[in-house]
Design a protein around this ligand. Structure first.
Ligand code: ADP
Length: 238
């Protein structure tokens, strides 16, 4: 799995400067959570990596490839959105297969990957259902499955659990964490939820107003917050 590097990233929307000279390295196989309050620039950073937005300045590399100018489909990433973005008219199986249609894989390989993801995410018994016949947690598992079948080097998550109720959120946190532990895939995960970050991340980058205030393991950040903002946001005892 490749590492991801953001080098001197600048992002402006017209006169609004969201990111100024941001630097961040996500190590190979790590589960990095971008954590911060709404509007601090987390999704912007993720979308720059995904290629859904263009940088104003700076460079993004994945492994030894400079992807700054590449189309999203050329970057070797898969993304899971908050809104699931499932196709309502396709079955679960159809949704899983659809992600692979553009990849020119032979049928046996597609079958193999879809069966693998279905088993991993416990979707085997609902392959013929439509998204409307699934619970919120099941839909989110399909969305994750659709990303996993791509065998992408890097998985991106944008607030994937925020539409779920509290109980499901707790369950899905553990599922995603287990998934990472078994696949060792590089994950960049955006959330404003401290508990989500603390329970899942191998490292957390705490952001405020476009600036990374601190990067560290959950324990480091909780026990030694770099400043008052981090302490308050994480809810450290200090
Ligand atoms: P977060 O994900 O942390 O909630 P965002 O990255 O979505 O934050 O937004 C960061 C800032 O950039 C906000 O002030 C937001 O209003 C602004 N912003 C995001 N996308 C656009 C856009 N397409 N055009 C103009 N401003 C934007």
């Amino acid at each position: 799995m490749p590492d991801v590097r953001f080098e001197h990233i600048v992002k402006r929307f017209g006169t609004l400067s969201v990111l100024e000279d941001l630097n961040l390295t996500v190590a190979d196989g790590e589960f990095l959570v971008l954590l911060g309050p709404s509007g601090c620039g987390k999704t912007t950073l993720l979308n720059l990596l995904a290629g859904l937005l263009d940088v104003t300045g700076g460079r993004i590399t994945i492994g030894d490839r400079d992807v700054t100018e590449l189309d999203p489909s050329q970057r070797g990433l898969a993304m899971v959105f908050q809104s699931y973005a499932l196709y309502p008219t396709k079955t679960v199986e159809g949704n899983l297969r659809f992600g692979l249609a553009a990849q020119k894989l032979d049928r046996a390989e597609i079958d193999r990957r879809v069966a693998w993801a279905a088993q991993l995410l416990q979707l085997e018994r609902m392959m013929n259902r439509k998204p409307s016949q699934l619970s919120g947690g099941q839909r989110q598992r399909v969305a994750i499955g659709r990303a996993l079948v791509k065998h992408a080097g890097v998985l991106l998550f944008d607030e994937p659990l925020s539409n779920l109720d509290a109980k499901l959120r707790t369950e899905m946190r553990l599922e995603i964490k287990k998934l990472h532990q078994s696949l060792h895939q590089t994950i960049v995960y955006v959330t404003h939820d401290q508990i989500e970050a603390m329970t899942m991340a191998t490292r957390i980058a705490v952001m405020d107003q476009g600036v990374i205030q601190q990067i560290g393991t959950p324990d480091e950040i909780y026990e030694r917050p770099a400043n008052l903002f981090v302490a308050r946001f994480i809810g450290s005892p200090a």
